[in-house]
Design a protein around this ligand. Structure first.
Ligand SMILES: [Zn+2]
Length: 210
């Protein structure tokens, strides 16, 4: 697949774009900001976005979704357990001292076990609550790649001190849904460098008791 990850916005959220070489269909994950840069990637590869997936409703992950939805016509997928957070966009904007982005409607509920198909690839929704109640990760078996949102980072895990966060729940999500994936699976977190499941299983201090 065509694949690019670009850090967007003030908090440098990793926005990922995957495209199928044959059908030219693409999926965009976490268009938090910098929509023109995302559109440029799609245009450069002659891709058409058919889905926009939000791993969780924090402003740095969802901020550009309404704009990208309008320009591409692609539906927005998000877990309904983050609807309340999505409605708090003005509060979240105030935390960061930025303007409130346009509200993003959820077109399709993304629930645990759901599968999105882009060309020949399946994107499997794993509900991984803890950072927020509606946090999801996307597992792409054909790419041996996990998009972990803000649930799992290289050497760290997502913070759980914001509304909807739960420290025990995030560890359970990581243990049951993520550490069960192949050790050589590549993990693209919501921020920062990529890693692998095995590296985090063996070296991530926050997972030492799992
Ligand atoms: Zn977050």
């Amino acid at each position: 697949m065509i694949h690019e990850t670009l850090p967007v916005g003030m908090l440098q959220c990793n926005c990922s774009i995957f495209g199928d070489e044959q059908t030219r269909e693409a999926i965009v994950i976490d268009p938090g900001d910098d929509v023109p840069a995302i559109e440029a990637v799609l245009a450069r590869h002659q891709l058409k976005a058919i889905a926009i997936v939000i791993t969780h409703a924090h402003i740095d992950h969802v901020g550009g979704a309404a704009k990208l939805r309008r320009s591409t016509g692609a539906p927005v997928y998000m877990n309904p357990d983050d609807e309340e957070l999505a409605r708090m966009m003005d509060v979240q904007a105030a935390w960061l001292g930025v303007r409130t982005p346009e509200a993003t409607p959820i077109d399709v509920a993304a629930r645990d076990g759901d599968k999105l198909t882009v060309g020949a690839a399946g994107f499997h929704v794993l509900h991984t609550p803890g950072h927020t109640q509606g946090s999801i990760s996307l597992w792409i078996p054909s790419e041996n790649t996990l998009l972990a949102g803000d649930t799992l980072f290289r050497d760290s895990i997502g913070r759980t001190d914001l509304p909807g966060g739960d420290g025990r729940q995030i560890l359970r999500s990581i243990r049951e849904k993520l550490l069960t994936l192949p050790e050589d699976a590549v993990v693209i977190p919501g921020h920062g460098d990529s890693t692998t499941i095995g590296r985090e299983k063996h070296h991530n201090f926050f997972l030492r008791d799992l």
